[in-house]
Design a protein around this ligand. Structure first.
Ligand SMILES: Nc1ncnc2c1ncn2[C@@H]1O[C@H](COP(=O)(O)OP(=O)(O)OP(=O)(O)O)[C@@H](O)[C@H]1O
Ligand SMILES: [Zn+2]
Length: 474
């Protein structure tokens, strides 16, 4: 079987992956806070962990992998939109308007991530569905001396957990020195973080032993992961912007609530999508949404390909040039493999993906396979094409779900291929190539790549393809 190796943020080394139970490999990934459309940065972990999910399913069997990705639907930014709508006269209670905002954002998220070819996780819990489990976990932490109630809040006492800071490699003293933490009067230590906070009448709230209130963000993931995956599970993922404080706090809560268990064995963090050296983020305002790109006509498969071109542990930018190259490669691959039946993925491609998700290497291998198939048109490449298609699908590329964009608006070029081939045959006899040359330049002007070999003529629409300019050629 394929030996998967992953860089574990906890140990800072690349390790052989060995699941607790190969019959049920379990992965939790922090999902979006559903207050607005996802920006392109938010899509990076979705694509990265989708590739890992596909790899795990390949290695252990599709039934043997459980992938949980949550929706954080308790958030002041969701409340704000609902309050604004209410103030503007929208019908319904505040609770209903909050549910409406989360609901529409989840629908958008699904539409946008489906468009990138991301498989839906096995389970997508919403935080609001797990309030009872969060309260139970907080009660357990208080009983064990790891948390305390003060002024309607419950706080986690970081000093009660000796390993606090181990994931991000900081000591509590360093954190206090370096962070601008809110020093609330009810905190025993400035780094203590909120497990529960009070809600006034204008905010959603749930009854609890500490009065009407709502959970802090970190406890949500601990409670959902525990309920759906158990005390100990295999992989926990998310962007590296979440390592501190979110993941540090998840570890503290979960390890203290279930001291006999490990919580997550392997922690995997994707690097950031950047804009001019800075993290793309809502707060910096330097973002565009996945929907913006799709509406500009960038196919979801192209966005996916661009993400796969950079290793997940490296920062990356989105550029028009990368998108163009991705589009050209995908167009020619889809054309090359139009008649192929998928077979098992090439072992070298599997090995690349299994080596800490080296998707860039996998794409290089696919380029090589495409070149070889194209260079042997007289050879029956049935097998090679099938293997290439199977390999691309391990990466979630060239799937039937993502098909179609490469032909929309694109004319059938085969009559032109025949016409150009016939013109060339005539020219070979007459030695007058003027017509062939004229056809070729007209095709190039229309954004078509012209490939002529002894075996025949191939016309491939490139990124700047314009079907309107084909008129009159041939
Ligand atoms: N620029 C980025 N590049 C890669 N991943 C990102 C980026 N920004 C956010 N993420 C990831 O997106 C996921 C969803 O995050 P979340 O919903 O908390 O983000 P957000 O609050 O909408 O984004 P922001 O960080 O812009 O405020 C997390 O795994 C997070 O690490
Ligand atoms: Zn989380």
């Amino acid at each position: 079987m394929t030996q998967i190796r992953l860089t574990n943020s906890k140990t800072r080394t690349k390790e052989d992956f060995a699941p607790i139970d190969p019959g049920n490999v379990r992965m939790y990934v922090c999902g979006p806070t559903v207050y607005d459309r996802a920006h392109l940065g938010n899509a990076r972990p979705v694509v990265v962990f989708d590739v890992l999910y596909r790899l795990l399913r390949h290695a252990y069997g599709p039934e043997a992998v459980t992938y949980v990705r949550n929706f954080t639907d308790v958030d002041d930014r969701i409340n704000e939109t609902a309050q604004k709508r209410k103030a503007a006269g929208a019908a319904g209670t505040l609770e209903e308007l909050i549910a409406e905002r989360s609901g529409e954002t989840i629908r958008w998220y699904h539409e946008d991530m489906d468009a990138l070819g991301a498989l839906r996780p096995s389970s997508e819990p919403r935080a609001t569905g797990y309030i009872a489990q969060m309260i139970a976990m907080i009660e357990g932490l208080i009983a064990a001396g790891h948390a305390y109630a003060a002024e309607g809040h419950v706080l986690f006492a970081v000093e009660s957990y000796a390993a606090y800071g181990a994931l991000s490699g900081r000591s509590v003293e360093d954190m206090i020195a370096g962070a601008r933490v809110e020093v609330a009067p009810y905190k025993r230590n400035p780094m203590d973080f909120v497990l529960w906070k009070p809600s006034d009448d204008s905010l959603p709230g749930w009854d609890s032993p500490w009065g009407r209130g709502r959970p802090g963000w970190h406890i949500e993931c601990s409670a959902m992961a525990h309920d759906l995956l158990g005390d100990s599970f295999d992989i926990h993922g998310g962007g590296n912007d979440l390592m501190f404080p979110h993941h540090e706090n998840e570890i503290a809560q979960s390890r203290c609530a279930h001291p006999q268990a490990e919580f997550a064995r392997v922690w995997l963090h994707n690097e950031m999508l950047q804009v001019e050296g800075k993290k793309m983020s809502k707060s910096l305002g330097n973002f565009f949404t996945v929907r913006d790109l799709l509406e500009q006509g960038v196919p979801g498969e192209v966005i996916r390909f661009v993400f796969l071109g950079t290793h997940y542990r490296k920062p990356m930018d989105w550029t028009a040039k990368k998108a163009e190259e991705a589009e050209a490669a995908l167009r020619s691959w889809r054309r090359l493999l139009a008649d192929a039946e998928p077979m098992g993925a090439d072992e070298r491609v599997v090995a690349a993906v299994a080596d800490d998700l080296n998707t860039a290497q996998a794409l290089t291998l696919l380029h090589g396979m495409a070149k070889e198939i194209a260079a042997n048109p007289q050879k029956d490449c049935f097998y090679e094409k099938g293997v290439m298609l199977g390999s691309a699908r391990l990466l979630g590329l060239l799937t039937p779900e993502l098909a179609g964009w490469e032909v929309t608006g694109v004319a059938d070029l085969s009559p032109l291929e025949a016409a150009l081939a016939a013109a060339r045959d005539e020219a070979m006899v007459s030695k007058d190539f003027a017509r062939v040359d004229a056809m070729k330049s007209a095709l190039v002007a229309a954004g078509v790549e012209v490939r002529m070999s002894k075996a025949g003529v191939e016309l491939i629409p490139g990124p700047g393809f314009d079907a309107a300019k084909l008129e009159g050629i041939g």
